[in-house]
Design a protein. Structure first.
Length: 575
């Protein structure tokens, strides 16, 4: 088996557990009839109040006044207010003007010495309580007649009443309130200031490894195993559940306090979701499925392009980023053997690259879209392996490209001395439009696929131009039309000696120890040959036809030919 990755502790033991109502303030107003009477309750997490009821214990008697809280509906991380007012709702609204989520009910018609509590209807368990059970609050520390009490920030509901959790202000509202010409009760008490504390959950899950069980290229039934440790705390019962796979470890998380849990046979591509739940808290998480199918290593783009559609590959060598755009996070990469389009619509690659950066070790799936080979990345290859590389487009003729377009797909190329059929001195370049390039005898298409380029909106040249861009094609399944996705368009200064000359090298590839150079005007040229590291390996001036290259080893080279002050570059392969 192949260990894909070591993971980390997915849960920590001390976290805030929600989904419970907490009594955070109780007030006995001093308007007519000792009103308004108010209870503030905080919904810690998402609380379905239909599951709970509020009860009042008058003068230390029995818990006899009970009202279900379903009228409060479901509230998430917010305060609600239950009030009683013998006069009118306007009194409560004026004394507590910022209160929202309000509800009037006689259950809170207390006298400043009564206890209240919230219970869970399903089992009558006490969730939170204010006041000592079976004790009349008159004269007690927790009395709040003509006053109020507020729960201290950082405390939690624990099913009982704890004096240390509260601050008491008995009588603090006596003589106040707008109803008596004083300050509002809210200005004295303050609303919505409580912040819940944290509790220690006895449940923990720590994932230690994720391991692929099978490694069959092209298989659809690969599975993986997750191993980790668990703890149920040992003090309360709990349950363990998962959505996929089978527990194969000897320890049973449904019966043991702690142990090791192994879940195996989880199908590749299925995320493992688990939960462990007890009376006090619960933990749940998702473990992302690993990529179990192995990738085949290839050492150049030509080998990658020769792969099987749908296969997974890792390009172990460096490729140079020649072009990128925001659309689908597309990137074109090239090495001496070829180029390919990286289509990253899912945003897998998060590293930011600049044009001419080197990228090494990218892994993904080989695909084809409209006849164009593409590479769908599955991992982020990380920081650039080199920067500031020289990108030299290959100069090609229209005739050569129309015949051998498959040899140039996705490479950065340049067409020199071409004119636009549509150029009339007034027409401008538009996005998503096909234009026709001509050199007098041959024609090919240029498509404005890259909408942010500077030439968009400019006047189409009427003179000979140099068009640089990505070699592409249009393929509708029956007809293939070679084209170029232009990245730049530059008009030639003149049609004399400054016009880019067209050269050809043959044989290419060659194994004869020499190469012939042919130009349009048969004049001599200056030649520079560079290896893939950018090192100049041959320099020769005034070459008329044949150049001796017997000193060069087998490989791929770039040949720069200069004539009359202008240059072109071609790729040369030596076998």
């Amino acid at each position: 088996m192949k260990k894909i990755t070591l993971l980390f502790t997915l849960m920590i033991a001390s976290i805030s557990f929600a989904q419970t109502p907490i009594i955070t303030m109780i007030a006995d107003g001093d308007c007519t009839g000792g009103t308004p009477k108010v209870v503030e309750i905080y919904a810690d997490g998402t609380v379905d109040f239909s599951l709970y009821s509020i009860e009042r214990q008058s003068n230390g008697g029995s818990w006899g006044t009970t009202t279900n809280l379903s009228s409060l509906n479901t509230v998430t991380d917010d305060f609600i207010y239950i009030y009683y007012d013998t006069n009118s709702p306007e009194v409560f609204a004026s004394e507590f003007p910022s209160a929202t989520n309000v509800w009037e009910d006689g259950v809170v018609n207390f006298n400043g010495d009564d206890a209240i509590r919230i219970v869970l209807d399903s089992d009558s368990s006490v969730i939170d309580q204010y006041g000592v059970d079976a004790i009349d609050g008159s004269g007690q520390f927790w009395e709040y007649a003509d006053g109020y009490a507020k729960r201290n920030t950082g405390t939690t509901a624990n099913g009982s009443f704890n004096q240390a959790d509260w601050t008491f202000s008995n009588g603090a509202l006596d003589g106040f309130g707008l109803c008596q010409g004083g300050n509002t009760f809210e200005s004295i008490i303050g609303l919505g200031s409580f912040v819940p504390g944290t509790v220690t959950c006895p449940l923990t899950v720590t994932v230690t490894s994720v391991v692929c069980d099978t490694e069959t290229t092209g298989a659809t039934s690969d599975t993986y195993t997750v191993t980790g440790t668990f703890s149920g705390g040992g003090t309360e019962s709990y349950s363990f559940s998962l959505n996929a796979g089978t527990i194969t470890s000897p320890d049973d998380p449904s019966t043991m306090a702690t142990g090791t849990i192994t879940v195996s046979g989880i199908p590749e591509g299925t995320d493992l979701m688990y939960s462990i739940t007890s009376a006090s808290c619960s933990i749940s998480n998702t473990i992302t499925a690993p990529e179990c199918e192995p990738a085949t290593s290839v050492n150049d783009i030509a080998s990658l392009r020769a792969g099987t559609i749908g296969g997974k590959y890792t390009l172990t060598s460096e490729a140079i980023l020649t072009y990128q755009q925001n659309y689908r996070n597309q990137k074109y990469i090239e090495d001496a053997t070829g180029a390919i389009l990286i289509d990253d619509n899912s945003g897998v690659i998060t590293t930011t690259y600049a044009i001419a950066d080197g990228i090494t070790g990218i892994t993904g799936e080989l695909a084809s879209y409209n006849g164009i080979l593409q590479f769908y990345p599955e991992t982020d290859p990380g920081a650039a392996s080199s920067t500031g590389n020289t990108i030299t487009p290959q100069t090609v003729t229209i005739a050569d490209y129309n015949t051998n377009y498959a040899d140039y797909e996705s490479e950065m190329i340049m067409l020199s001395g071409v004119t636009f059929v549509e150029g009339d001195g007034t027409a401008v370049f538009a996005t998503g439009t096909t234009y026709n390039l001509s050199n007098g005898s041959d024609q090919m298409a240029m498509y404005t696929n890259f909408w942010d380029e500077s030439y968009i909106g400019s006047v189409i040249p009427t003179t000979a131009s140099e068009v640089t861009g990505i070699a592409a094609k249009y393929d509708d399944g029956t007809t293939v039309t070679p084209q170029i996705f232009a990245t730049s368009i530059e008009e030639t200064l003149s049609v004399g000696n400054n016009t880019k000359s067209l050269f050809s090298l043959y044989p290419n590839p060659t194994s004869t120890g020499y190469v012939s150079i042919e130009t349009e005007n048969s004049a001599s040229v200056n030649v520079e040959i560079f290896n893939l590291l950018g090192k100049k390996v041959i320099s020769a001036n005034n070459v008329n036809s044949t150049l001796n290259i017997s000193t060069l080893n087998t490989g791929v080279y770039l040949v720069k030919l200069t004539q009359n002050g202008v240059s072109s570059t071609k790729k040369l392969i030596i076998k």
